[in-house]
Design a protein around this ligand. Structure first.
Ligand code: R2B
Ligand code: URA
Length: 254
């Protein structure tokens, strides 16, 4: 799973090549949920490549539906992996981050959701073994770093991530830097917007899951994405490469 329909179409085509999957003659890869006008979904043999949109509510709805899909399709032991983008904390743009922990905007390791008027708290746990297995897929000759670390998940891209360049900003550059340094001290290496719900809902369903994101910038150095579009696109392939190595290996040992 990943945020945008285009990235997940690209991933579907990429993984099809990597695992050597052949579509039945006369057929092409199709977005099988195109008429939902919400998400996109591609099936490539044993791999589903699905977009989840931006933010916790969007990924939450999708996860309910994909978890039900797994159940009705009688899929045994599925693995859910989010391939995304994020802001790095003290990491150069283009660094791949495998999340070992997910925390919310208050640095709490759970997903809180009001259900029938009561706040329900679900632990945002990721699979430790899967983190190691994914990390082992990084090659020493990759021209970028792959790191393991704590991921903060926010409800907002601008004020919620301490940006100064939103429509509103009621704090100073100093306040922002103090906050980001506090996050760094707490072990946070990247910030994105889905990790807590992704980790909590998969854990609640007993599904092994992982999150692999590429940093689009170092938030200690700025707020805006300054890298050219082509560079940003190349960076977004990096989590796909790591995950495709994992899937290929996994399928060979099955
Ligand atoms: C990363 O990028 C998106 C915000 O631009 C959001 O979906 C996320 O987690
Ligand atoms: N996605 C985020 O949520 N934050 C960033 O800084 C970059 C991508």
């Amino acid at each position: 799973m990943g945020g945008t329909p285009k990235r997940m179409e690209n991933f579907a085509n990429f993984i099809m090549k990597e695992i050597g999957h052949k579509l039945p003659t006369g057929t092409t890869l199709l977005d099988i949920s195109q008429y939902s006008y919400r998400y996109s979904m591609y099936k490539v043999g044993p791999v589903l490549s699905i977009s989840h949109g931006m933010g916790i509510p969007s990924v939450g709805i999708l996860l309910h539906e994909v978890i039900k899909l797994m159940y009705h399709a009688k899929v045994r032991d599925p693995i859910f992996i989010r391939i995304g983008t994020c802001g790095g904390i003290g990491l150069e743009g283009g660094t791949v981050v495998i999340s070992e922990e997910a925390v919310d905007g208050m640095l709490k390791p759970y997903y809180e959701v009001p259900i029938l008027g009561k706040m329900v708290r679900r632990p945002a746990k990721l699979d430790k073994q899967l983190v190691k297995e994914l990390n082992a897929m990084a090659h020493p000759e990759d021209p970028y770093d792959t790191v393991i670390g704590k991921t903060m998940c926010t409800h907002d891209f601008y004020e919620g991530q301490g940006r100064l360049d939103g429509a509103f900003c009621e704090f100073t550059e100093n306040d922002k830097m103090e906050y980001l340094q506090k996050l760094q001290k707490a072990g946070v290496v990247n910030i994105e917007m889905e990790a807590v719900a992704f980790a909590a809902l998969t854990h609640h369903a007993g599904i092994r899951s992982a999150i692999v994101c590429v940093t689009l910038l170092d938030r200690l150095k700025g707020d805006q994405l300054m890298a050219p579009k082509e560079v940003l696109e190349e960076w977004q392939k990096r989590p796909q490469i790591l995950v495709s190595r994992y899937i290929t290996k996994y399928l060979q040992t099955k």
